[in-house]
Design a protein around this ligand. Sequence first.
Ligand code: TXA
Ligand code: MG
Length: 329
Amino acid sequence: MQTTSPLPHRADAAGIAKAARLLAQGRLVAFPTETVYGLGADATNGEAVAAIFAAKGRPHFNPLIVHVADAAAAARQAVFNPLAQKLAAKFWPGALTLVLPRRADATVSLLVSAGLDSVALRVPSHPVATALLAAAGHPIAAPSANASGRITATSAAHVAAELGDKVDMILDGGATPLGLESTVIGFDGGAFDGTWEAVLLRPGAIARQDIEAVTGPLAAAGAAIQSPGQLESHYAPQARLRLNATRAEPGEALLGFGAVGDAWLNLSLTGDLKEAAANLFSMLRDMDDQVGAIAVSPIPESGLGEAINDRLRRAAAPKQTTSRAPAPR
Ligand code: TXA
Ligand code: MG
């Protein structure tokens, strides 16, 4: 790994080819997806996957999402149930991650599963991600391209600021369109009567009601933390964060939503949740650089508001929590 920060590289044909060569050598490449930037490595190369954990400073029990070119490539790694097939048909390529049992002959490293017998799979839709998967010819493991516990990166400049000296190349695809990570779905049941239930492991860029239109009511993730990303204080700015604030108190700056007065920045003046999702991490980051305490306007729980509030609550949680963790972080 190099010692100087790589400048973001244009994601043209030469850039994609270079990125694919680096991945084949076991090196790390950050790339844009439609949700957020990913810190990618060849998912079939255990040492390359280990380098992701090292670069992120991520606890080893936190498993990674494996990006694949299409549903057929996903089916080579995991066992699909009928409900998972329906979801994949409806939302792939796109911002949906499915957690499924690993196949015995899966080629992705055991390290991506971090000791679980499942693997998280996603077919991204961003043209740069699609081109990179095609050029690489193998699945790409990629967590969000931020240091562990820090704000998710939604531009190549954010990645450079977060991980610059720890990544071998950054493919610049501009700002990510959705700005919020994928929705992560797991499954319960099936064993006895063949009926499956979908479980919401992480709210994300596809809203609950869009998933539920396919699956029926989603079950909540169990207390045993089926998804370690559910740990509190996962998205942590340095600034203190106060939620559901109607105004900034002295010493605070307001991150507004809707037509509020005196906002330092506003997630969406018109109260558009999609716009707010796309702005969330970059505005948190901007304010974190400049102010010590952030007050955030109330955001409705409907639609994408569920995922936005989930990220905000984590960002506001005390930094070192042991709350529901199965092991020390
Ligand atoms: O939009 C996204 O999902 C981005 C882009 C780059 O694809 N990736 C991302 O990855 O957010 P990461 O590693 O930051 O988050 C992965 C989430 C975590 O909540 C993790 O716990 C969960 O997926 N996860 C991964 N594998 C799992 C597994 N086998 N079982 C349960 N949860 C899993
Ligand atoms: Mg992440």
